[in-house]
Design a protein around this ligand. Structure first.
Ligand SMILES: [Zn+2]
Length: 416
């Protein structure tokens, strides 16, 4: 816990800091001990009361009052300019406030100090990299972290920062290379990240029209991690673009085996196939397989689309009722029901369904959430836009709706 507190003081942006303000009273002890994280350099112990401004600065940090904290830390360094840790805290506060120039000047002054502890100098260099990155100077940040690595090639934290910068720059091939180094140093399973890097690289090749290189990347992604849904989707898209619809569906089928909850991503793509394929047999097989392994509202919706395209309107309506039985808040299914009823000339029934839709028209159906940082993106993303973790966005279902009437339009239900 202490390391967390100190870690946060040195880096107030760290989202893992969840200690309540009630802990403020123990901070005096903390300062006395000058706890340090493995990355933190050794500081000389300081007795509480030795530097009142420093203590007040820390209290202000705890109450989230960064302006006053800066004021107190500035006073503190005026009294004693030898205390490097105060400069470090000050630099981090400036960075968190977006005053990057000031933060950078502070780091540079630490790095240039004579006789400075090597650990402190390395930390300042690392912090300088963070400042550059926060300021959007990605090339300089990359340079700075590379210097950290020159001194210590096994610095995983620096490698992770470098990887983030490559990802930000969409330099996927270097992001991939960096993650491989991290994997060698830390062990464990990094396959899903490496597969995403390959998939993103493949997407860049698709944009450039270099199809065979793109295919190579998608296949490589799947050989690294057979659960890389994005790779199946884009490999399928490539086949689709080449007019190989069967091949496309076969690639999308891969998702059914590894992550059936995500097959709805393939269903969206099927819409385009309907418009181009004469023979629906292969689609039917695909959907039946999906329904066997995963009976969710999306699968019924996809079956409804399929039957609708075959002009089996009754069958489509039944699939929509099945979908709404599983989830009465599935607005798209209701909207589609109205479309079919209107096409069949059943205006009254359509109106009844339409009435239920009105209250929830603008509410998005899907709900996603990052299990790492809690961020809620509007759409499914493979990398969280907030914490940059891969595969941390969960599909958590639909957004809560007001109470709804029966999922079945009554008259229509009675007819069956
Ligand atoms: Zn996140």
């Amino acid at each position: 816990m202490w390391q967390q507190i100190w870690g946060w003081i040195l880096d107030p942006n760290n989202p893992s800091f969840l200690i309540s303000v009630a802990l403020a009273f123990v901070i005096g002890t903390l300062v006395g001990l000058r706890m340090r994280s493995p990355r933190e350099p050794k500081f000389k112990p300081m007795s509480p009361g030795e530097d009142q401004s420093f203590l007040r600065g820390i209290r202000y940090i705890l109450s989230n009052d960064h302006d006053h904290a800066i004021e107190e830390f500035t006073k503190s360094v005026q009294v004693n300019s030898d205390t490097v840790e105060t400069y470090v805290a000050l630099g981090n506060l400036y960075r968190s406030k977006g005053e990057i120039d000031r933060a950078i000047r502070i780091r540079q002054s630490i790095i240039l100090r004579a006789n400075i502890d090597e650990q402190i100098r390395m930390r300042a260099l690392f912090d300088l990299g963070l400042d550059y990155r926060k300021g959007g100077f990605l090339d300089r940040a990359l340079d700075t972290f590379s210097k950290v690595l020159e001194e210590n090639p096994a610095d995983v934290e620096a490698l992770e920062e470098i990887e983030k910068i490559y990802e930000e720059m969409k330099d996927w091939s270097n992001a991939y290379g960096t993650r491989k180094k991290i994997a060698r140093l830390t062990g464990g399973d990094h396959g899903h990240i490496l597969a995403h890097h390959q998939t993103e690289l493949g997407k860049m090749y698709v944009e450039k029209g270099e199809t065979s290189k793109a295919k190579g990347c998608f296949n490589k992604a799947l050989s690294i991690d057979e659960r890389c849904i994005d790779a199946y989707l884009h490999l399928g898209d490539l086949h689709f673009a080449e007019g190989d619809y069967e091949g496309a569906i076969n690639r999308w089928k891969g998702i059914v085996d590894v992550a059936p909850q995500f097959t709805f991503l393939a269903y969206r793509r099927l819409e385009d196939v309907y418009l181009r394929m004469k023979d629906f047999g292969i689609i039917e097989d695909f959907l039946k397989e999906c329904a066997r392994s995963n009976s969710d509202p999306f699968t019924h919706m996809a079956l409804a689309r399929y039957l609708y395209n075959k002009e089996d309107y009754e069958g489509a309506l039944q699939e929509l009722r099945n979908a709404l039985e599983l989830d009465p808040g599935f607005w798209e299914a209701r909207k589609f029901m109205v479309e079919i009823l209107l096409r069949k000339g059943q205006k009254e029934e359509a109106l009844a369904v339409y009435g239920a839709i009105l209250s929830g028209l603008s509410v998005p159906y899907l709900k996603f959430r990052c299990r790492n940082c809690g961020f809620r993106p509007a759409d499914l993303q493979w990398q969280c836009p907030q914490c940059r973790k891969w595969d941390s966005i969960d599909f958590v279902g639909r957004i809560e709706e007001p109470q709804l009437p029966s999922p079945l339009p009554d008259q229509e239900a009675k007819k069956r």
